[in-house]
Design a binder for this molecule. Structure first.
Ligand code: DQA
Length: 166
């Protein structure tokens, strides 16, 4: 099975960003540990981080085999998309960062592709500012994990690999 791990804006700063909230583990550490764990679970894992909402939406579409429409005037080519032939993604693990609290677009991309997803937050968003208490994704997520620190990613992967029915 192919699993996609998406991290949204500012998560590239993990390890140095507000360490009292997010700890000292870097995103690189998290992604490396996830790769090791994925291979022991017999999963193929692709990792992706972006600070751009549209890039995250495009990546979700690509995971379902859709590509963004070409810019107007672009030559029509018969070349296969790079995504074509790639094994489709069975599940997404996503930490959408601040887009959690703002993005109808990411919600719609996940719903539009029907790829089941687990939402992860490093911090306990419910113990923080009120604007972090609402998520545009949680009511559609298979599961939501928050406040477990970097272990949240590991818990999500274990769940997807061992317990999720596809
Ligand atoms: C976060 C929580 C969000 O509120 C915040 O904007 C982030 C990270 C977390 O992992 O705890 O960027 O998703």
């Amino acid at each position: 099975r192919h699993i996609l791990l998406i991290n949204g804006p500012n998560l590239n700063l993990l390890g140095s960003r507000e360490p009292q909230i997010y700890g000292s583990t870097t995103l690189h550490d998290i992604e490396q540990a996830a790769q090791t764990q994925a291979s022991s679970l017999g999963l193929r894992l692709t990792t992706f981080q972006s600070n751009h909402e549209g890039a995250i939406i495009d990546r979700i579409h690509q995971a379902a085999g859709f590509s963004p429409s070409p810019p107007p005037g672009a030559a029509i080519t018969t070349e296969a998309d790079p995504g074509v032939g790639e094994e489709k993604v069975s599940a997404i693990i996503i930490n959408p960062g601040a887009y959690t609290h703002t993005s109808v677009g990411i919600r719609d991309a996940l719903l539009g592709t029907s790829i089941p997803f687990v939402e992860v937050h490093v911090s306990n968003v419910h113990a923080r500012e009120a604007f972090r208490h609402h998520s545009y994704l949680s009511d559609k997520a298979v599961a939501v994990i928050c406040g477990l620190g970097p272990f949240g990613y590991s818990a999500a992967l274990e769940f997807v690999g061992r317990h999720m029915k596809f």
